[in-house]
Design a protein around this ligand. Structure first.
Ligand code: ADP
Ligand code: GN1
Ligand code: MG
Length: 357
């Protein structure tokens, strides 16, 4: 690992390297030299099949964000992810085993949460995601679509149908009820996505993985920096909103075994929405604003599908900590989906009347 760290432009040889974080996709390490700390990541090459293009996307977006932060008088080294290139100027290091490694500055004084601890924190998270979208709303460089159809339910259904047909892990017959949760909502989910396909809901530069541990806060609970930029793509803004609600407004955990703990916390929803709209109200079209409440159903449903599909496939995508982890996640996210559905009219009302105070 020290040999790999030495490939990058760091200020001194690495003294200590230790694992960090709760990400489900990449392997993340904290590298300490005499003076500075860095994040070293082994990117998941099974999920990301074009890591050079992904890193070009991240470089372009972070360069743009840094200019915005500078203009606003902020600190670009703390408010934007800083990619550290290798000593020969590449954005990644490819090792002999074919693994891709990348490095970034560790943001000192940052706090990472796995759940929102107060409505004030949820509001700050909403501001952070909204600001990220606003600062990128005039980004005109092309982005490579490194994950085609990432939040496109039509494409997810193709993968789903295929997974059911293959039944690779022989688990299909053990989860008939869970499969029915997906099938019974197929039509309404496709109907929502048609609003994107026909252009009524536009696409912009968005993050696409806005769970709470992909944003760093300072010790006062203010947003510092949006991280995990692997999935920055052209997609509808509402996906970022809906994906964030999955963690900020979930009273339980994403993989709660006690599904009675899992319900949508409306105070958290209200606060996240107010923060998000305070940054985005100026540019969102009426159709985009109108799409926000349903996006919480859409992305939570998609997550039920993705966890269950990974269970059917034999746990090949997400890191798991115990054998039925993906099934536990499926059931917990379904409990959240049901709670969102039960409160849906009220969520529409909150979004429609939020004054983005
Ligand atoms: P994954 O794609 O696997 O989710 P992330 O890029 O989200 O990986 O990193 C995993 C965790 O590592 C984050 O949730 C965060 O806690 C921590 N982390 C990542 N990058 C930084 C950074 N630049 N500064 C501080 N902490 C970071
Ligand atoms: C993954 O990488 P991470 O852990 O931040 C996944 C998201 C899922 C999330 C579920 C590239 O996010 O799409 O919503 O797990 N990222 C990718 O917790 O698939
Ligand atoms: Mg992450």
């Amino acid at each position: 690992m020290k040999r790999i760290a030495a490939q990058f432009r760091i200020d001194a040889p690495a003294e200590r390297i230790s694992p960090l974080g709760e990400g489900f996709i990449n392997d993340t390490f904290l590298v300490t030299t005499g003076q500075t700390r860095y994040i070293l990541q082994r990117k998941n090459r099974h999920v990301f099949t074009d890591i050079p293009a992904m890193m070009r996307n991240i470089w372009g977006v972070t360069t743009h964000l840094k200019a915005k932060v500078r203009e606003a008088g902020g600190d670009p080294l703390r408010e934007v992810l800083t990619v550290i290139p290798t000593s020969d100027g590449s954005l990644y290091y490819l090792d002999d085993a074919g693994d891709y490694w990348t490095m970034a500055l560790y943001i000192e004084g940052s706090v990472s949460y796995d759940a929102a601890t107060s409505p004030a924190l949820a509001r700050c998270g909403g501001e952070g995601i909204g600001r990220f979208q606003r600062q990128l709303s005039d980004y005109r460089e092309p982005l490579t679509d490194i994950l085609p159809g990432f939040h496109n339910i039509r494409i997810r259904f193709q993968q789903w149908d295929d997974a059911l047909a293959r039944d690779a892990a022989g688990r299909r017959k053990s989860v008939p009820q869970e499969i029915e949760w997906i099938e019974s909502r197929r039509t309404e989910m496709l109907r929502f996505w048609e609003r994107v396909e026909c252009g009524e809901i536009p696409t912009r530069v968005t993050h696409n993985d806005t769970k709470i541990n992909n944003i760093l806060f300072d010790r006062q609970g203010r947003v510092l920096c949006v991280i995990d930029l692997d999935t920055v793509l052209n997609a509808p803004c509402c996906n970022d909103f809906g994906d964030a609600i999955r963690t900020y407004a979930n009273h339980g955990r994403e993989d709660d075994e006690h599904t009675e703990n899992v319900w949508l916390d409306k105070e958290m929803f209200r606060s996240f929405t107010a923060g998000y709209l305070s940054e985005t109200e100026s540019f969102l079209t009426p159709a985009e604003r109108d799409s926000l409440p349903f996006s919480a159903r859409y992305i939570t449903y998609e997550q039920v599908l993705r966890f269950l599909m990974d269970y059917l496939n034999g746990d090949t995508y997400y890191k798991i900590r115990f054998p039925d982890h993906n099934l536990v996640r499926t059931r917990a996210q379904y409990a959240l989906l049901q709670s969102i559905e039960a409160n849906y009219d009220e969520l529409c009302e909150i979004v429609a009347t939020s004054a983005a105070r």
